[in-house]
Design a protein around this ligand. Structure first.
Ligand code: FUB
Ligand code: ZN
Length: 606
């Protein structure tokens, strides 16, 4: 099955249009300006020398590359001379400073030249992968192929060093990413060696004995880098989440390219392990900051949840691939969970500030545990910032939102698949699809489709218990299949009541607690609306939730709830200790937009 690329779809209005406008009008510039302040763009000039301040970091290039890719996607929507001039300037520097082999890395070109391709944790292949994606995006958006040609040269060199001559000191990337980029490069150029190189990295990853014990820091071990076994043998998601998920994307791409069912089966096992045992209700993954990693099944602490924004993006990218390889709505369900919650919380409502970590609880008063010593308990920051020292997430937001429609559709000879609902128009190889909807404000969707395919298959989200479709349909694997004869007009109505959701009983952190969702959207309570001691708030699951318009695009809601009465006694006899109050909930993605305040997702069940 083929994915219909985002550039065939115009998001016309509604939720994602607002977010795309935010990126175009605010985020692209905001991230660029912070990257200029922090010398990431200067580094491309490769003029840094010993003794100068601001030595280019080994993976600054990946930040710049993701920004270029995102800016190119913005240009796809609408050309913008000023933005194009910034990209052209960066491209000129990359091309000019690439060495005689095509190698480019703004750190290793100016310092530690003898360390090139010597340490797999040095991110050279990761940066190369992001440059490749940027080059393809820029070529597609503008027809300018200078960067693409440069990256093809670089990829040819990587092929020679890693696959032909074996002259690198390692076999596979410590930080995967290039695997998925090489498959994209193959699709963009038709040059088979790029997918062969990707396959080589996938086949060798975890197979090379000498890569099994990398031990840079205590947490950089074989789990962290996905090294403990060949990838096709894997059943559990381990280690650094972003590395893992980019690698799973590469595995899925190779499974598709080579019709490799063994690899596909591994992808399915990994997906199921993640989403059934290790994923937060927000669609985020990473239960610990130590190694930015997966931990053990059902260990999902809320206050210290890591849930890197990049990991939520990578999760959606993996789902996008899997929905084409294994027809089952569970992939688009998880993508939807991630995009509306654990991904979107990573960016402020004004599009200028970012979270790297996306916790599910903030208790500001207790974030200073061990005030009397220099070392204290570590909790995620409580306010978004404009740039990080390790600033991988902000440019990932820049590239993900403009290309979000990549998640929407795929097709094969028989059917057109509708995975996500967004108000939009799509034209692709004789297929025209128009969606009119205010989803996820409501579950009402009108789809008008003309296509040579005989069927249209629309996803019925797992959260939806009741729905109406004004046509005959047959449900298979979570999709409603509807016959078309050249085209069809359908109205879908997905009931979207407020629902209280519980976690598996093995998630001890959430024992006796419920979270509130409406459709795909998770809700939270903030201290600024509800006062202190949010962990004591109890909700009756049969209570009536009242929706209200709010500043955060989707509605907020109120519900009669209970909170423990404040007391001066540290311990006292338990009795009638709860008082009723009106709890206000806002969409989780909008938390921390009104100053530092407490936040809670899981509430006691009254
Ligand atoms: O290592 C580069 C980036 O920094 C990763 O993708 C993120 O998870 C963070 O570790
Ligand atoms: Zn990140």
């Amino acid at each position: 099955m083929k994915s219909i690329s985002f550039d065939n779809t115009k998001i016309a209005d509604g939720f994602w249009k607002e977010k795309q406008d935010m990126v175009k009008n605010s985020t692209v510039d905001a991230v660029y300006n912070r990257f200029c302040d922090t010398h990431r763009f200067d580094a491309l000039s490769c003029t840094w020398k010993e003794g100068d301040p601001d030595m280019p970091h080994i993976f600054w290039d990946s930040d710049v590359a993701k920004w270029i890719e995102g800016a190119a996607y913005v240009l796809t929507e609408e050309r913008d001379e000023k933005l194009e001039a910034i990209i052209d300037d960066a491209v000129d520097k990359i091309v000019k400073n690439s060495d005689e082999n095509g190698y480019f890395n703004s750190h290793f070109l100016v310092t530690e030249q003898d360390k090139r391709f010597k340490d797999r944790n040095n991110h050279e292949l990761y940066c190369a992968g992001h440059f490749i994606e940027a080059a393809i995006a820029y070529n597609n958006a503008t027809g300018k192929d200078k960067l693409l040609k440069a990256m093809c040269r670089y990829a040819d060199y990587i092929y020679k060093v890693f696959k032909e001559d074996n002259t690198a000191a390692f076999t596979t990337p410590g930080h995967p990413e290039i695997e998925l980029a090489l498959v994209k490069l193959y699709k963009a150029t038709g040059e088979k060696k790029y997918s062969e190189l990707s396959k080589y990295f996938i086949d060798e990853h975890g197979a090379a004995e000498n890569e099994r014990d990398s031990n840079l820091f205590d947490w950089v071990n074989e789990l962290y880098n996905q090294d403990e076994m060949p990838l096709r043998e894997r059943s559990t998601a381990e280690g650094h989440c972003v590395r893992a998920l980019y690698l799973y994307c590469g595995m899925a791409d190779i499974a598709e390219q080579y019709n490799d069912t063994e690899l596909l089966e591994a992808c399915k096992r990994l997906f199921d392990d993640m989403v059934n045992k290790k994923m937060y209700i927000s669609g985020g993954v990473g239960s610990t900051h130590i190694g930015e990693a997966f931990t053990v099944p059902y260990y999902l602490p809320n206050r210290t949840a890591y849930n890197e924004t990049c990991a939520a993006i990578a999760m959606a990218l993996f789902c996008k691939r899997m929905q084409n390889l294994d027809i089952n709505s569970k992939y688009a369900d998880v993508a939807e969970r991630a995009i509306y919650n654990g991904f979107l919380s990573g960016v402020s409502m004004d599009g200028k500030a970012f979270f790297y970590e996306n916790p599910l609880q903030i208790d500001t008063e207790f974030n200073n545990v061990n005030r009397s010593t220099k070392t204290k308990e570590r909790f995620p920051i409580t306010q978004r910032v404009e740039v990080f020292y390790c600033s991988c997430c902000p440019p990932n937001v820049v590239r993900f939102i403009p290309s979000i429609a990549d998640l929407m559709y795929s097709c094969d000879e028989d059917a057109v698949y509708v995975h996500q609902y967004m108000n939009s128009e799509t034209e692709y190889e004789g297929i025209h699809i128009s969606q009119t909807t205010d989803y996820p404000a409501s579950g009402k969707i009108h789809i008008s489709c003309t296509a040579p395919q005989k069927q249209i298959a629309v996803r019925i989200p797992a959260w939806c218990e009741n729905y109406k479709i004004n046509a005959e349909y047959e449900i298979k694997n979570g999709y409603a299949y509807i016959s078309m004869n050249g085209g069809i007009d359908i109205d879908i109505e997905l009931d979207m009541p407020v629902v209280c959701v519980k976690a598996n009983s093995r998630v001890h952190e959430n024992a006796g607690r419920i979270a509130v969702m409406r459709g795909p959207v998770l809700y939270c309570a903030e201290g600024v609306d509800n006062g202190a001691d949010l962990p004591t708030v109890a909700i009756d699951t049969s209570a009536e939730f009242v929706l209200e318009a709010c500043d955060f695009i989707l509605p907020s809601m109120t519900v009669a709830a209970y909170k423990e009465k404040a007391s001066d006694e540290l311990y006292s006899k338990a009795g009638d200790d709860y008082e009723e109050f009106t709890l206000k909930l806002i969409p989780y993605y909008a938390f921390a937009n009104r100053g530092e305040t407490d936040m809670q997702v899981w509430f006691l069940r009254k």
